[in-house]
Design a binder for this molecule. Structure first.
Ligand code: ADP
Length: 254
């Protein structure tokens, strides 16, 4: 049978596919290992920066302390980039874990908003909270999504000030809108922004840094908890990113 030409063809072809799958897996493993290796030294540098900052503040050396604070801000960006890469490798290999518990949605939204307000002097993040509800899901991961949306709203609205974060509580779910008056996204690009590594190209987008992973990860996190995430936007006028979560992800949204 193995002498049969058609069977030989099938055998060879099968081996080619296996090799490709293996290669793909090796590439994923490499990114995963490399990202882990990057994380350790960065964490250590961050710890030293914190110690140094304390010491400089104690000595009253404000000029040096300001520089270390700036360095720490840049390190945070690096940590977040590495975190995104790690998350993507976890998503690809089905290893993104969720840690569920009950939490107050308003408390989480307030916490994230206040934290991000401290990162910008040029923007005002205006929080409008509906009645609070307890929801069941992964608080930290949902916080990561809110952080992504608000960070993007700040990043992509360089010449407008106000960003509105509004929550709406329903009987079985909660919705949050993050609205900016920035560069906006054209209709055809709106469908793609949740894809892995997708970034809108064009002269007005070139000056913004990023890997195009935040929304991909956000969508995965929200989908995994039975929720929805979408965007409404008019080019040059601004964007509103919205997400809805069931109050208990074990009962997904209709
Ligand atoms: P990144 O910001 O790192 O490029 P994201 O996945 O967060 O990656 O976003 C993907 C793309 O969607 C961005 O590159 C940008 O083109 C577009 N985008 C996201 N948020 C906004 C926003 N608030 N306003 C305009 N464009 C946005």
């Amino acid at each position: 049978l193995l002498q049969d030409q058609s069977v030989k063809g099938i055998v060879v072809n099968f081996r080619n596919i296996t090799e490709r799958v293996l290669l793909e897996r090796q590439k994923d493993d490499f990114v995963s290992i490399a990202t882990h290796e990057l994380k350790t030294p960065v964490t250590s540098i961050k710890a030293y920066a914190q110690i140094l900052l304390k010491r400089l503040n104690k000595e009253g050396n404000t000029a040096a302390a300001t520089m270390i604070t700036k360095m720490d801000g840049q390190l945070n960006k690096l940590v977040s980039l590495i975190g995104d890469l790690l998350d993507v490798t976890k998503i690809e290999s089905g290893r993104l874990q969720m840690h569920e518990d009950f939490y107050s949605f308003n408390d989480l939204t307030r916490e994230i908003t206040e934290e991000l307000q401290r990162t910008t002097d040029d923007h005002q993040v205006i929080l409008r909270l509906d009645n609070d509800i307890e929801i069941y899901g992964d608080r930290e991961r949902v916080g990561q999504v809110l952080t992504n949306l608000i960070t993007n709203a700040i990043k992509y609205s360089p010449s407008s000030k106000d960003i509105f974060v509004t929550t709406y509580s329903h009987r079985e779910s909660v919705t949050v809108h993050v609205k900016d008056s920035g560069i906006g996204i054209s209709k055809e690009n709106q469908q793609n922004v949740f894809e892995r590594f997708y970034r809108v190209s064009g002269p007005e987008n070139q000056s913004f840094p990023g890997l195009g992973l935040g929304l991909f990860i956000s969508k995965e996190i929200i989908n995994r908890q039975g929720g929805k995430i979408w965007v409404e936007s008019v080019k040059d006028q601004g964007s509103t990113f919205c997400l809805s979560l069931s109050i208990d992800y074990r009962k997904p949204l209709a």
